[in-house]
Design a protein around this ligand. Structure first.
Ligand code: B1M
Length: 209
């Protein structure tokens, strides 16, 4: 069992998509808890980030690692979602304009779905207008915005301003997260809450619903 998770960890770090997929399938068949499988992949991506920061990995290595993780997550996702749970609330999620990082946002979406929320995932590079349109179309309880770049963080504020201008700010709670985001930043831009990781995003949404 541990060998399979080690193989999965290595496959994500080395960007080996086929091995990542096979390892997730094998781990599930062996009865490993989906959360443990997820932890192995999150751990590997954390190590990829550390190696990038130390100059040992470059953007292509990060990219293939991220793709391998996504391949594994595609298999894992249905296992994380309990179909019997009634929606606890509806959430429109997306990574803000200009930002292509979607792994953390995808994890947040998966965890929220696993906790019984209905999630409308707008993807990455989502414009303020697209968030506003989604609020008008889906009438969610929350919007969850993700940003991984200091240069795209301000687009969270721009989105909140667009919600205000469209007259829908009061209809939704705005939750934000991503590596450079802090509680202080959430307060500064008038968001309703900040979560540092996916599990705390679930706790936050549950507390505010
Ligand atoms: Co990028 N990248 N990247 N990257 N990348 C970072 C973010 C960086 C910190 C690396 C570094 O320099 N050390 C750095 C940002 C520096 C900064 O702004 N301060 C950086 C850079 C510079 C860039 C480029 C500019 C590189 C370049 O081209 N020169 C470029 C920008 C592209 C763009 O977006 N326009 C770029 C590109 C890429 C790839 C495409 C190669 C790839 C992304 C692939 C993808 O997502 N599909 C990539 C990756 C993989 C990373 C790192 C290595 C890993 C990010 C990740 O997936 N982490 C990252 C370094 C790092 O984080 N150490 C880095 C794993 C993920 C599980 O964590 O996303 O933090 P995270 O999500 C967590 C929490 O933050 C939280 O919960 C998640 C799960 O627990 N959370 C939320 C996230 N969103 C939330 C929303 C919520 C709540 C919680 O709502 C309520």
């Amino acid at each position: 069992m541990e060998d399979t998770l080690k193989a999965l960890y290595d496959a994500v770090m080395e960007g080996q998509r086929d091995i990542a997929r096979e390892s997730v399938v094998k781990a599930l068949a062996d009865g490993v808890a989906p959360g443990e499988i997820l932890d192995a992949m999150i751990g590997a991506m954390g190590e990829v980030g550390r190696l990038f920061e130390e100059g040992e990995y470059f953007v292509p290595e990060m990219l293939i690692a991220a793709r391998a993780m996504k391949t594994g997550m595609d298999i894992l996702k249905p296992e994380l979602v309990d179909a019997d749970i009634q929606p606890a609330g509806k959430i429109v999620a997306g990574t803000v304009k200009g930002d292509l990082h979607d792994i953390g946002k995808n994890l947040v979406c998966m965890m929220l779905e696993g906790a019984g929320f209905q999630v409308v995932d707008l993807g990455s590079d989502v414009s303020p207008e697209a968030f506003v349109n989604a609020v008008n179309e889906h009438h969610p309880d929350f919007i969850a915005m993700s940003a991984l770049l200091t240069t795209t963080m301000p687009n969270m504020q721009t989105t909140i301003e667009a919600l205000k201008a469209a007259g829908v700010r009061d209809q939704v709670k705005v939750l934000i997260g991503g590596a450079p985001i802090t509680d202080a930043y959430a307060e500064k831009i008038g968001a309703d809450g900040y979560a540092p990781d996916a599990s705390r995003a679930v706790k936050l949404a549950k507390a505010l619903v």
